[in-house]
Design a protein around this ligand. Structure first.
Ligand code: FAD
Ligand code: DLZ
Ligand code: SF4
Length: 510
């Protein structure tokens, strides 16, 4: 008997493991403790994934496929994928296993042992839902001094003929980012995101998660995400119709009480397979050609998927497992409690944590320039920060989370991914959001107990890390400014930073 194991983030009917469905006797899917708790995933993330898995299994069954679906609360559930494969061998006599390679190193490493440790042939197939294979990325990276996303992206544009005009980019430029940094406008109205009512299957999963994952972070209610391919396609269509037009202009803007802004909110669908990247790219490109969205918006959106998404996956597989253990800036401060309970007087951080807790979502600039920027400036331990990001977001899997957090945010890889740390003072947050209007700190103050902590933490970060960062050509200007500061100013910065970081460790509120 030949079985095919489909993992929770492999919910694509066209995935390689299901390529020759006629030769498969049974498809197996398992809700297991090991996957749900290797980090304590957000309750909404588990709800989303278990419900999407159950809907996918139902679709397969409707196609006439025999599905062995192991529910989380099945008394026979063995708690791990491996143990469930072993049980299937004992119960139904499996002789061969087909699987698409998992998206995370830890599971791939484990699965590579299965053939010898379980004793049946394992046919592990490449994950061809991505647009660049491991080999493609390795070929691109070979011989390059720097692995910059922009150059990878240009090759991908050419290879897939996306937004191309003969041999050059449409509009004469590869990248329109300079047009994509508009601050929010006062009184900005944002349309609601895609929302659907939970059906019976989702309601069942919601109550299962409420019972079994009490100590996990996050809210289950309200649950509005799509859990089927059909729903995910509707969410994509809604984005293209109503939000894409403004995606570029306000890509970096943040507004209090507007968690969704003009982003697409499709990351969770893409990463579990309900959507595939090329169809999202084509939908956006087609909107441009029909005149429904401007080039800066469409190019910006396509770059995220064809460029960043493929590039970070390439970096992950190229550099793992050593990548995870790097800590270039030797950061070691514990993750503050407010990342869990939002109990901080820093309004920007409070809002971003509250939205993360409610939605298992925060948009890119909240992740990068608020939550991430603080982690970088405060010198938080990369392992703790990575774990937090991996568990709180519904779209988080290590292949995409780790390069973004470890590389882009924390510069823990020493510059493999980013050419310099994305460090910023409070003035960036002031410019790109309205958070500062409701904050008890003053963004205009540079020092003292009422000053915005980002202001002195920024300079203290440069001061603390100057031996490691001074040589970076892109940081010369910042170090020149630091060098021009008088001793008194520098001492005030150091003292404010010390006082603030001390309260962070000792007090309930920062
Ligand atoms: P949009 O802003 O609408 O972008 C469209 C799509 O482009 C996304 O759905 C995603 O598939 C892709 N994309 C955009 N930026 C990136 C990027 N930097 N890397 C890879 N893909 C990208 N993305 C994840 O999918 N999972 C994560 O765990 C994750 N963790 C992140 C952690 C940090 C610190 C940062 C700075 C970014 C992280 N990202 C992650 C990238 C990005 O923030 C999310 O993909 C995005 O916020 C998801 O929301 P959206 O679908 O509305 O995206
Ligand atoms: C994220 C996740 C969760 C929460 N639960 C399951 C599960 O019960 N069963 C399963 O097959 N997959 C789950 N996943 C997704 C896996 O963790 C994912 O396949 C690996 O991390 C590889 O990307
Ligand atoms: Fe954040 Fe500083 Fe603005 Fe407060 S003043 S919201 S801490 S940037």
């Amino acid at each position: 008997m030949k079985i095919c194991l489909v993992l929770g983030d492999q919910l694509s009917h066209g995935i390689s493991s299901l390529g020759d469905l006629a030769s498969i006797d049974t498809v197996m899917m398992c809700e297991v403790r090991a996957e749900a708790t290797y980090v304590k995933h957000h309750k909404k993330k588990i709800t989303f994934l278990f419900s999407a898995m159950r809907h996918f299994a139902q679709e397969l069954a409707q196609k006439g496929v025999t599905v062995r679906y192991v529910r989380y609360d099945d008394p026979e559930n063995q708690g791990s994928l491996r143990a469930e494969v072993v049980r299937a061998i004992q119960e139904i006599g499996v002789t061969e296993l087909v699987v698409t390679e998992p998206g995370e190193y830890r599971l791939l490493d484990e699965m590579k042992q299965w053939e010898s440790s379980i004793g049946i042939p394992v046919d592990m197939r490449p994950d061809d839902r991505f647009l660049a294979s491991h080999e493609d990325f390795k070929d691109w990276a070979t011989g390059r001094k720097q692995l910059r996303m922009e150059y990878f992206y240009r090759e991908m544009r050419q290879r897939y003929s996306v937004l191309m005009d003969h041999n050059g980019p449409i509009g004469g430029q590869w990248n329109f980012d300079a047009e994509n940094r508009k601050p929010p406008q006062k009184g900005m109205q944002v349309d609601p995101t895609y929302a659907t009512e939970p059906d019976e299957i989702t309601l069942d999963v919601m109550s299962l998660v409420a019972t079994h994952f009490t100590d996990h972070f996050g809210d289950i209610d309200p649950f509005h995400y799509a859990v089927t391919r059909e729903g995910a396609l509707d969410a994509l269509a809604l984005f293209v119709r109503e939000r894409l037009e403004h995606f570029g202009d306000y890509q970096d803007a943040m507004v209090q009480g507007e968690p969704w802004m003009f982003h697409s909110h499709i990351g969770l669908y893409l990463n579990c397979g309900l959507l595939v990247p090329l169809e999202c790219i084509e939908a956006a490109e087609s909107a441009y050609h029909k005149g429904h969205a401007p080039l800066n918006a469409v190019e910006g959106f396509i770059r995220q998927i064809l460029g960043w998404r493929e590039y970070v996956r390439g970096i992950y597989w190229l550099k793992m497992p050593a990548y995870k253990d790097t800590n270039f800036l030797e950061a070691k401060r514990a993750l503050p409690q407010f990342y869990w309970d939002a109990q901080t007087n820093m309004n920007c951080l409070r809002q971003c944590v509250l939205e993360t807790k409610r939605n298992a979502y925060a948009h890119h600039i909240q992740r990068l320039m608020v939550l991430g920027n603080f982690a970088l400036l405060a010198g938080l331990d990369p392992a703790e920060v990575n774990e937090w990001y991996l568990l709180v977001y519904a779209d988080a899997y290590e292949w995409v989370e780790l390069p973004n957090v470890h590389g882009m945010v924390l510069f823990a890889d020493g510059g493999v991914l980013a050419s310099k740390p994305y460090a910023a003072s409070g003035s960036y947050i002031k410019k790109m959001s309205n958070y500062c209007d409701s904050c008890s700190y003053k963004v205009s103050l540079k020092n003292g107990p009422k000053a915005c902590p980002f202001n002195y933490l920024y300079w203290d970060f440069l001061d603390r890390n100057q031996t490691k960062l001074r040589g970076n050509p892109r940081m010369g200007f910042m170090f020149k400014t630091l060098d021009r500061m008088g001793d008194a100013k520098r001492t005030a910065i150091q003292e404010d930073a010390r006082r603030f970081l001390c309260t962070l460790e000792n007090a309930d509120q920062a």
